[in-house]
Design a protein around this ligand. Structure first.
Ligand code: HEC
Length: 205
């Protein structure tokens, strides 16, 4: 009987043990590299505009082929740019589909005195951006409105402004690409406006 047991014991390998080997240095080095990369990437992005999504814009996509005469659709005004579509892709993330903005963060466009005044004001804001405090409907907002002069063509700026000036009960005149062109000729590539600069140049809305 005990003979049998010994034979069985000799046949088996010893139980594996965990041992006390240190974590390999390469693994530690990798962990450090990944931490540095992660923190570094995060720090690198601080302050960059949050474009959301994959940052594609309508202009970077190939224009749809418009064959021949009968191209229908929302191409009635402003050289074919679709103001409503431009609004959804470029503005509604902040100003909301309802045009009501977000209290405390993004001002409303519906019934906004700035938007409905002289179109040159709205063109300036959208073309060059706006920063510093602004009062809309008695509420003060202190955010940063990005500029669209480099992203949108004159036609597109005109189309999106024509759209917002006639949406949500707004009832102001259409904006033409010529107004945007005049703006560019007058102000060139200036930085973002402040409310003081706007009222100095265009008067109170
Ligand atoms: C990233 C968010 C953001 C986007 C996108 C954006 N805006 Fe704005 N917009 C703002 C903020 C914030 C202000 C207020 C800026 C300030 O406090 O000085 C503002 C102000 C304005 C104003 C003047 C204030 C008012 O309520 O009338 C107009 C007009 C305007 N935006 C139109 C547009 C249009 C048109 C688009 C799309 C082409 C657009 N905005 C896209 C954030 C945005």
């Amino acid at each position: 009987m005990s003979q049998q047991e010994h034979r069985a014991q000799r046949r088996e390998a010893p139980e594996p043990t965990e041992g006390n080997l240190a974590v390999p240095k390469v693994v530690l080095a990798w962990i450090l590299i990944l931490i540095f990369w992660g923190v570094g990437y995060y720090a690198w992005q601080i302050g960059k505009p949050m474009l959301g999504g994959d940052s594609r814009s309508v202009v970077s996509q190939p224009a749809p082929a418009t064959t021949g005469e009968g191209s229908e659709g929302a191409t009635a005004s402003s050289g074919g740019a679709d103001g409503k579509a431009l609004y959804s892709s470029h503005c509604s993330a902040c100003h909301q589909a309802s045009g009501q903005g977000i209290p405390g963060a993004f001002p409303p466009l519906a019934d906004s005195e700035w938007l409905l005044a002289d179109p040159a004001i709205a063109v300036s804001i959208v073309h060059d951006g706006l920063q510093g405090p602004i009062e809309v409907h008695g509420d003060t907002f202190a955010g940063v409105m990005p500029n669209f002069g480099a992203t949108l063509s004159n036609d597109e700026i005109a189309a999106v402004l024509t759209h917002v000036r006639s949406e949500w009960g707004n009832d102001a005149s259409a904006v033409t690409a010529d107004v945007v062109k005049e703006h560019e000729e007058r102000f060139g590539d200036r930085g973002p406006w402040t409310v003081e600069e706007l009222t100095d140049v265009f008067g109170e809305p």
